[in-house]
Design a protein around this ligand. Structure first.
Ligand code: PLP
Length: 287
């Protein structure tokens, strides 16, 4: 396996970062999770754009143009002879001193890992997933904007821990005002009377690329899609609930906090959207 590190490809064993890297010391860095289907990299330009937006917001200079970075990602996939891959693109602030000051870090570390995809269990798609609301609240956009996809994922990890301890596949998170935000690493949608609802990102949700793609495909299919705040009550009484994410694609949710959603099986709209999504991802990407 070849890993791209700062301009060269190194073996897995040699792909190491410094203990002085502020990505390690402080979570001072950014990342993207990207997916390739049959050699097509899904929405690569959007992932690159989100990465560069995050970099700009935290005054981190990536030493490549967006076009060069896209080429590096595609090249890493090719070099590893992968058709279906999960790609992790990381840019950390780089090694500095032990202080917080990011300006002591002179060389950002740019890393691209592409590996064989570890698929979610088939069972999630066939039977659906159970999720629970956790006590840890999601950051709102006025606290640490979730649009900035940083390496500082402790909030998400604490959320994931709570969901796992409760025996649930994912968490449903609320923001500090009690509005539904997202999962620990997935966006959430509800379906009611044939219309789709997903929280606006300012409530504390990452503007997921899968989320945006699903909204676009759904609108093309004739669905009305609302990007509007809603509460747990709306989730409990929804006809269908599903999660979206790069790795998850669309995962049907059949129980939330013990409340059965709809008939307790993956819903027809969810399955239809999943099918359309899977068709698009195999044809839309960059080779
Ligand atoms: N929400 C969070 C917090 C995430 O980390 C991710 C994945 O990166 C998502 C949602 C889903 O976003 P995407 O569809 O871009 O993978």
């Amino acid at each position: 396996q070849w890993i791209f590190m700062n301009g060269e490809y190194v073996g897995k064993e040699d792909a190491k970062v410094s203990v002085y890297d502020h990505g390690f010391l402080y979570g001072d860095g950014i990342f993207e999770g990207i997916r390739a289907y049959d050699g097509n990299i899904f929405r690569l330009d959007e992932h690159i754009r989100r990465l560069y937006d995050s970099a700009k917001a935290m005054l981190l200079t990536i030493p490549y143009t967006q076009q060069e970075m896209a080429e590096i990602v595609a090249d890493t996939v090719r070099r590893n002879e992968l058709e279906d891959a999960y790609i992790r693109l990381v840019v950390s602030r780089g090694p500095g001193n032990l202080g917080l000051d990011p300006f002591t870090c002179k060389t950002p570390q740019v890393i691209v890992i592409a590996e064989q995809l570890a698929l979610f269990p088939k069972e999630f798609y066939e039977r659906g997933m159970e999720i629970v609301t956790v006590a840890t609240r999601r950051n709102r956009s006025d606290i640490l904007n979730p649009k900035l996809k940083s390496l500082n994922y402790l909030n998400n990890i604490l959320i994931k821990i709570e969901a796992s301890l409760a025996g649930a596949g994912e968490a449903l998170t609320l923001n500090t005002e009690g509005y539904v935000a997202e999962g620990s690493g997935d966006n959430v949608f509800i379906v009611r009377d044939g219309e789709l609802w997903t929280p606006p990102s300012y409530l504390g949700a990452l503007e997921g690329i899968t989320r945006n793609a699903v909204m676009e495909f759904a609108r093309d299919m004739g669905y009305v899609v609302h990007e509007q705040p809603f509460t747990r009550h709306d989730v409990y009484v929804a006809d269908e609930v599903f999660l979206t994410g790069t790795a998850a694609e669309l995962i049907p949710v059949i129980r939330v906090d013990g409340r059965t959603i709809g008939d307790g099986v993956p819903g027809v709209h969810t399955l239809r959207l999943l099918e359309i999504f899977q068709t698009h991802v195999r044809t839309d990407g960059v080779k």
